[in-house]
Design a protein around this ligand. Structure first.
Ligand code: NAD
Length: 436
């Protein structure tokens, strides 16, 4: 199959690279010339474990190419994937479809022969219909079908998720389009991956429903954690006890500072807007959004309380800035709420993240960025762990204690054990666990 992928970000680059690994001929296109130039020279613009090796391998094999101009790739393609961003629209929280529509118009102008136009971007239900209209208006002679194929990969585990997905959802109407999609994903039949064909509207909504459900699960366990703190229970025991119930499942039951990232916050907002506009408002999703927004801000209060009620004049060391480990993505990370609150409360903030520092420097003015975990801790009055990178899981506590001015740790990811930390002489605060 010949595939063009329009938009070479987290999803476009991973999808395009994995399709080329499946054996298809892929061209990834992006309007960002710097990004494409870098990729042509083997420079992968994002941190995603395993991605760089796969890009280099498939470029070398001639299956994967990069371009800023979609003309040639689209005209030759059997399928064109749209994988551009759909950020929250300013003002109302609905998905901003500017990039999707612009890509649709560019694609329309260059279609030649029967082509399946596949929307992989996360888009509100009905967007496939609008993309169809744009293409028809721009190029009335085009032979095409617009299909929805939402992407479920997780940053940090994107290659594994793409190569071994739980399922692939395809919203398509005609047998011809379904055949093209089945051919693209055929290598996954080896693992008996379910290929779920639905209507385009159902596929579009499936993506939002899935993300909203996971966001709800995280929010639920975060609230149970708050209750645990009040009644002397341990949230991990409760999570294990409920998670072993097959109807509930153990994943996404880890408490923390609130969800962030490039998907859950914007997708829950967009889903609520869609539901309200359709006259079937999803109150549960609205509540999840509000609880989560408040939670991220409340985490700064938790730090201040642990520091004795004020952080004015104190130095706070922060480890972890990205919204989760194994990514450099800072979008809507809890650190972007917590750190500015601490600074406006009078703290000096020093911070370190293994991969997120370049982006963090743009979003977190006034922070002193450090070279590694230990230099961050020098003369700190308290340590806050915001992201659970592996390298923060086994810090040498004697060294940590000797570097800090006072041994105070606020562990927002529960990576350490309260009893052990007390044994090391720390004032230790975590989420939803009795401090023994
Ligand atoms: P991203 O911001 O990393 O990448 C989008 C890319 O599209 C950018 O490189 C941008 O330059 C490019 N672009 C914009 N307009 C273009 C155009 N007209 N032609 C060519 N390129 C264009 O975004 P992302 O995180 O990859 O997300 C893409 C979509 O996938 C979104 O709808 C998102 O919700 C969805 N999604 C993301 C993830 C994730 O983990 N990041 C997971 C599943 C689904």
């Amino acid at each position: 199959m010949r595939i063009a992928v329009v938009g070479t970000g987290y999803v476009g680059l991973v999808s395009g690279t994995c399709f080329s690994e499946f054996g298809h001929d892929v061209v990834c296109i992006d309007t960002d010339a710097q990004k494409i130039d870098g990729l042509k020279n083997g420079k992968v613009p994002i941190f995603e474990p395993g991605l760089e090796d796969l890009v280099i391998k498939n470029v070398k094999a001639g299956h994967l190419k990069f371009d800023t101009n979609l003309k040639e790739a689209v005209s030759k393609a059997d399928a064109v994937f749209i994988a551009v961003g759909t950020p929250s629209r300013r003002g109302d929280g609905q998905a901003d479809l500017t990039y999707v529509y612009a890509a649709a118009k560019d694609i329309a102008e260059n279609l030649s022969g029967y082509t399946v136009v596949v929307n992989k971007s996360t888009v509100p239900v009905g967007t496939g219909g609008k993309v169809d209209e744009i293409i028809r208006e721009t190029n009335p002679n085009a032979q095409f079908e617009v299909v929805s194929n939402p992407e479920f990969l997780r940053e940090g585990a994107a290659i594994e998720d793409f190569m071994r997905p739980d399922r692939v959802v395809v919203g398509a109407t005609t047998e011809q389009a379904k055949d093209v999609m089945a051919a693209i994903y055929r290598p996954l039949s080896l693992f008996q991956t379910p290929l779920v064909f639905t209507s385009r509207e159902s596929a579009e909504l499936t993506k939002y429903a899935g993300n909203a459900f996971l966001a709800m699960k995280i929010t639920f366990i975060n609230e149970i954690a708050d209750l645990c703190e009040q009644v002397g229970a341990n949230v991990h025991d409760v999570a294990k006890g409920i998670g072993l119930d097959g109807r509930i499942g153990g994943k996404f039951l880890h408490p923390g500072p609130g969800f962030g990232g490039s998907c859950f916050p914007k997708d829950t907002r967009a889903l609520f807007e869609t539901s309200a506009a359709a006259g079937a408002p999803l109150r549960i999703v609205e509540t999840v959004i509000n609880i989560n927004e408040k939670r991220k801000k409340d985490m700064a209060e938790r730090v201040i309380k642990t520091c004795g009620g004020s952080v004015s004049g104190l130095t706070i060391a922060v480890l972890g800035l990205t919204f989760k480990p194994n990514t450099d993505d800072m979008r809507e990370s809890p650190s972007l709420d917590i750190i500015p609150e601490l600074i406006s409360a009078g703290a000096t903030v020093k911070a370190y993240d293994p991969e997120g520092m370049v982006e963090a420097k743009e979003h977190l003015p006034g922070v002193e960025f450090c070279e590694n975990s230990y230099t961050t801790l020098e003369s700190a009055d308290a340590l806050v762990i915001i992201t659970e990178w592996n390298e923060f899981r086994a810090l040498n506590m004697d060294k940590v204690k000797s570097l800090m001015k006072t041994p105070v740790m606020i562990d927002l990811r529960n990576i350490y054990d309260p009893t052990e930390m007390k044994g090391h002489g720390f004032t230790y605060e975590s989420i939803g666990r009795p401090s023994k």
